[in-house]
Design a protein. Structure first.
Length: 135
């Protein structure tokens, strides 16, 4: 008769830890998903910015409006470098939750870069710098 309540006592001790582990796993999965979405948006924003710098490509929304890097992504986008080949960089800090234990553990810095090359301008500069010899 003494073992009837042991299952309830064991469940009262173990179940909170199981529920906490499941909630933590779900939060970690959501963090990696949102991080992946942010990385994808950063890539699209960098490509859009590179297309605007070279003037050779443009991105459009479903309604036909022209997209810019600010519309696609809320991180920082900068460009630098000489005229025919510019470097476009983006970065953003992503964190898991705003408070609690996981806020310190679940944060990362997203960063990426892309080279935007205007092929026509690059060929024109190549012909100026390296003129071909005629025989």
């Amino acid at each position: 008769m003494g073992r009837r309540g042991s299952y309830i006592a064991e469940a009262a001790v173990v179940l909170p830890f199981v529920i906490l582990a499941i909630i933590t796993a779900v939060l970690i999965i959501l963090f990696f998903y949102s991080s992946s979405v942010s990385e994808s948006r950063m890539h699209m924003a960098l490509r859009c910015e590179a297309g605007q710098l070279t003037g050779k490509a443009a991105a459009f929304a479903d309604d036909g409006s022209r997209l810019s890097a600010e519309n696609l992504w809320d991180g920082s986008v900068t460009s630098s470098g000489p005229a025919p080949a510019k470097t476009v960089r983006g970065s953003k800090h992503v964190s898991m939750v705003s408070a609690g234990l996981l806020s310190r553990l679940g944060s990362r810095q997203l960063s990426g870069q892309l080279r935007a090359v205007d092929p026509v301008r690059a060929l024109q500069l190549r012909q100026i710098v390296y003129p071909e010899r005629r025989r």
